[in-house]
Design a protein around this ligand. Structure first.
Ligand SMILES: Cc1cc2nc3c(=O)[nH]c(=O)nc-3n(C[C@H](O)[C@H](O)[C@H](O)COP(=O)(O)OP(=O)(O)OC[C@H]3O[C@@H](n4cnc5c(N)ncnc54)[C@H](O)[C@@H]3O)c2cc1C
Length: 375
């Protein structure tokens, strides 16, 4: 046993980051209590992609079988233009056959994590909004975008609208077997879809929009407005959108990556530290990586301030790089005019002549193994 044995820790927030952190801490002997403001662990109906860097943590926590049983393997990401003509296929699995890219319904992921947290002896207190940071003891702030914990460390910051809105919907899809994420790029918008398993298909449709006035960041989205906004995209898309009965529309807000992640007693994980645009599918995965690393650092080092400083030093550069790469994708997916013609032509040539080149540009992201890092 390391330095976490018997240590009392409060985690604020029972999202992907908070639950994973609680499991990682409790598995190393800590006595963990999670305070979650919602009365139940309800997740929106939507999918999430889990890349190998996150799956390595899932495996190290002993959750691999449960998560695999609840998810589908994903073979590749295929990019199309708005007329559904292939642009490039990113075959990440061909490059690393042992690596596990998966897609899962968010509710199923949360179920797996919550069950494992219970088995690890974590106390989950639902309907308990933390109105202030607990006055003593170690605190992990996993309280998402509007994080109270982040505010305690960094002062008051107002999240800014990124200029993007996202519709999310799931539709019935009876297909079976491994899935492929298809991404359709059009000027100022893109749409991603993949089969989720359980007879469902996930749709995320992102549009640039400067005029978002709403203070909140989610509201019911009119399926007809979704169909109209993406009417210019062809191929399978009109058929999918016709089947949308319920959609949610999100204004994508975020902060910059936090300057201060910890103060020697309180530490941030997940969106609380580094909310990102979802254009690299890494927000949840970064939270999972953070969770592993913060637990590893606290277990390896007796002095908590030293351990938390090490945690920030290990995580901040990587998270900054991921957030920047997701921002770059926002620009690349939404090109218009001549830049789009040139960009898509270049990608088609690369895909034909050097199919491994584009997937290799993500080695730094997907080959990372937090469980091999020295805390
Ligand atoms: C359209 C879209 C698609 C995405 N797709 C992907 C993807 O494919 N792959 C991926 O990895 N990521 C994806 N993400 C990002 C991912 O959803 C987030 O990064 C992830 O959910 C962050 O997890 P978290 O635990 O840090 O925060 P959250 O999920 O926001 O959880 C925070 C929790 O804290 C609770 N809380 C807040 N304040 C308090 C308080 N004061 N007291 C008690 N509890 C509190 C909240 O109720 C919540 O349960 C996507 C995001 C969007 C918007």
């Amino acid at each position: 046993m390391g330095h976490l044995a018997g240590r009392r820790i409060t985690v604020i927030g029972a999202g992907i980051g908070g639950l994973t952190a609680a499991i990682a801490l409790a598995r190393r002997g800590a006595e963990v209590t999670i305070l979650e403001r919602s009365a139940e662990l309800a997740e929106i109906g939507a999918g999430i992609q889990l890349s190998p860097n996150g799956m390595r943590v899932i495996d190290a926590l002993g959750l691999g079988d449960a998560v695999r049983a609840a998810s589908l393997p994903s073979r590749a990401v295929e990019l199309y233009d708005q007329w559904a003509r292939p642009v490039i296929r990113l075959d990440f699995r061909a490059r690393r056959p042992d690596a596990d890219f998966r897609v899962i319904h968010r509710a199923r992921l949360i179920e797996c994590l919550a069950r494992a947290a219970g088995q690890a002896g974590v106390t989950l207190k639902l309907g308990q909004p933390a109105g202030a940071i607990p006055a003593d003891g170690l605190v992990i702030g996993a309280d998402g975008l509007h994080s109270l914990t982040r505010q305690a460390l960094n002062g008051r910051e107002v999240p800014f609208f990124t200029g993007h809105t996202a519709w999310r919907a799931v539709i019935p899809d009876p297909g079976t077997g491994p899935t492929t994420a298809r991404l359709y790029m059009a000027p100022g918008r893109h749409l991603v879809s993949y089969r989720l398993g359980d007879g469902l298909r996930n749709i995320v449709a992102v549009m640039e929009r400067r005029d978002w006035q709403d203070e909140g960041w989610s509201q019911p989205g009119d399926p007809q407005a979704l169909r109209e906004a993406f009417a210019a995209i062809g191929g399978a898309v009109p058929g999918w959108l016709k089947r949308v009965e319920t959609a949610h529309l999100w204004g994508l807000f975020r902060h910059e990556v936090a300057r201060i992640w910890q103060d020697g007693r309180i530490a941030l994980v997940g969106d609380a530290a580094h909310p990102t645009l979802p254009f690299l599918a890494q927000g949840g995965v970064m939270a999972i990586e953070d969770a592993w690393t913060v637990a590893g650092c606290l277990d390896a080092e007796a002095d908590v301030p030293t351990a938390l400083a090490r945690y920030q030093a290990l995580r901040e550069p990587r998270c900054r790089r991921i957030v920047a790469a997701a921002n770059a994708n926002a620009r690349n997916y939404h090109l218009s005019g001549a830049r789009r013609l040139v960009g898509h032509h270049a990608l088609r040539c690369i895909g034909r002549l050097a199919p491994d080149l584009m997937p290799s540009r993500f080695d730094w992201l997907y080959d990372h193994d937090p469980t091999n890092e020295t805390p």
